[in-house]
Ligand binder design. Structure first.
Ligand code: GLY
Length: 369
């Protein structure tokens, strides 16, 4: 029997996350959502479409009024208002109305883009998430954040809009390209670091199985990580306070992502951002030096970077200021007090940030030494 986790919103059950090892249970879940008589549009990218769209369509095509597929090129460059506009045109052409349903099948870009289209088309149409990457299963499919990038700035336009269901087929992680898999792992590690030291230790103890993608361990990892995210988003669904802790590593991470023109994967930039934020935590005397180095080095066996070359530290500092995590012109920074305990901090200075960027910067001079 598949495991499930109910996410509450305003103290009432809002949607379930179903954890499974295949797509077979999806049919029953969709019946619960009463899809007969509804049109369903599958949103997916060019890569995931080839892998899973056929199987999903076969499962649902006789159960609903009509199916359609809106597909777009894979990659962050599709996460724009232009793609959303194309989606609106497609839905209008296909006759979708407010009682119909969208399905986001794919990674974080697909989930965020579909969710934002669902939130705004006809002032809101139901959608469900079928995340197929570790990044999307660990993070972006849970909690109702939807949106697109704007002018190269991450997630600048968006809405909080809850899905009706999140269906995680953990076996999709088996076929993920290695870099993509470990990129998602950065968000899992982040959950341990900010909230749950026992989970963090479990990740390290199961390093081999996680790297080998052993199915039972993968499922346990995704479930435990989802429970941490559930705890945080239920308390603060609209990010008025505590939810901002999930942005650990993201201030510098997002700046690196933009500076590198999205050539580095999101999780790779988040790992670097976590190292930089842990460094600041040490300099602010929250972590000890040993704790900082231990946290930094734990990313290495999971094939995540802890240093970066060919950046201009001053440019990265400037880019951190255009990220969304500002309050009255001051960056809301997430720091660590210890593994499993994070805090929001408004005292981090430009000098702190620049020093942290220098810490992760591996320059040509370092190479020459
Ligand atoms: N990805 C961070 C959050 O959901 O708040």
């Amino acid at each position: 029997m598949a495991e499930r986790l109910t996410i509450n919103y305003a103290k009432k059950p809002c949607y379930d996350i179903v954890f499974a090892q295949d797509f077979q249970g999806l049919e029953k879940e969709l019946e619960i959502l009463q899809i007969s008589g509804r049109r369903i549009c599958l949103f997916t990218d060019s890569t995931v479409e080839k892998l899973y769209a056929g199987e999903i369509l076969d499962l649902i095509k006789d159960k609903c009024l009509k199916t359609a597929v809106f597909s777009f090129p894979a990659g962050e460059q599709s996460k724009t208002l232009d793609t959303v506009k194309e989606a609106y045109s497609f839905l209008i052409k296909e006759g979708f109305d407010r009682k119909d349903l969208l399905i986001a099948l794919g990674g974080g870009v697909t989930g965020d883009l579909t969710g934002y289209t669902a939130a705004t088309y006809l002032r809101g149409i139901d959608f469900i998430q079928i995340p197929t990457t570790l990044l999307a299963q660990a993070d972006s499919s849970i909690g109702g954040k939807t949106g697109v990038d704007f002018d190269g700035y991450k997630n600048m336009v968006g809405a909080f809009y809850m899905p009706k269901l999140v269906y995680m087929n953990v076996s999709t992680l088996k076929t993920l390209e290695e870099r993509q898999y470990f990129s998602g792992f950065a968000e899992i590690m982040k959950h341990g670091l900010i909230r749950d030291s026992i989970f963090y230790v479990w990740l390290l103890e199961n390093m081999y199985e996680i790297c080998e993608r052993e199915p039972a361990i993968l499922e346990e990892m995704v479930i435990r990580s989802s429970k941490i995210k559930k705890m945080i988003v239920e308390k603060d669904p609209m990010e008025k306070g505590e939810r901002a802790l999930l942005n650990f590593g993201h201030t510098i991470g997002h700046a690196l992502e933009k500076a590198k023109n999205f050539e580095l994967y999101h999780g790779e930039c988040i790992a670097l951002g976590c190292v930089a934020a842990a460094f600041i935590s040490w300099k602010h005397e929250l972590l000890t030096m040993d704790e900082y180095y231990e946290i930094r080095d734990m990313f290495v066996p999971f094939q995540l970077p802890i240093s970066i070359d060919h950046i201009n530290p001053e440019e990265i500092l400037e880019l951190t200021k255009s990220d969304k995590k500002m309050e009255s012109g001051q960056i809301k920074f997430v720091l660590l007090k210890k593994v499993g305990k994070s805090v929001l901090d408004m005292t981090v200075t430009d000098e702190d940030i620049l020093n942290a960027i220098q810490e992760i910067y591996f320059s040509d001079e370092d190479l020459a030494e």
